[in-house]
Write a protein that binds this ligand. Sequence first.
Ligand code: FES
Length: 255
Amino acid sequence: MCTLKRFDRTCEIISNKEICTNYFELKIKAGNIAKYCLPGQFFMIGIPGVFLRRPISVYDSKKNVLSFLYKVVGKGTAILSRMCSGQLQVLGPLGKGYDLEICKELNYVIVAGGTGIASLHFLAIKLGKNKAKKRTLYYGARSKKDLLCLDKFKEIGWKVVVSTEDGSKGYKGYITDILEEKVKDSDVLFACGPMPMLKKVVQIAKEKKIKGFVSLEEKMACGVGNCQGCAVNINKVIKMTCKDGPVFEIEEVEL
Ligand code: FES
């Protein structure tokens, strides 16, 4: 699979449904773009009447259809959420995705916070079903209503452990509170979510000597490395989240 292809194309909306309050799944007809996407990569999506495109991670990609999971957080995503048909200009796939080669014959965990679950869902699908391996999703959210696609992970054989800040489902507190004890037998860890969660995940992974990857969620303007709007300090070196990431190896990051 080639990861260097990039497209800027007008794509037709197939569906754009609210899967729970404020969270939408958008499906577009993407033609051959779909086969070039890796988990962790994203697209800059042009929304009619909105100046800057919005970066949205790939949630799924199959049979010429690209899916995105997004939360309505401002004007752009609110306009997008009202589009049930029509066309969108999409640029991508962009950025560096997760390295799947590392996963052969290993036990792994996914740690997700909030909408970070989107790219990790695509990753779980690509990792495929394999009962011989241990695979667990640790997923934290504010409340029960913010926990998405748990059934989809269970369907593909993942054990699911959840936490909510208000205690409405699973462990009450942050997912990182229970991670330390649970991940000690894991070989590889993948994480995406808010920065405080990722900081703790990186610290735990380094202490336990677990290799893996974190995907950063930074605000983006251009999405292709031109504007420096997504600059992050990775181990005392300035990098662009959109171009050098959003996925970084745990060993290389000091968050
Ligand atoms: Fe412009 Fe990353 S968003 S450099």
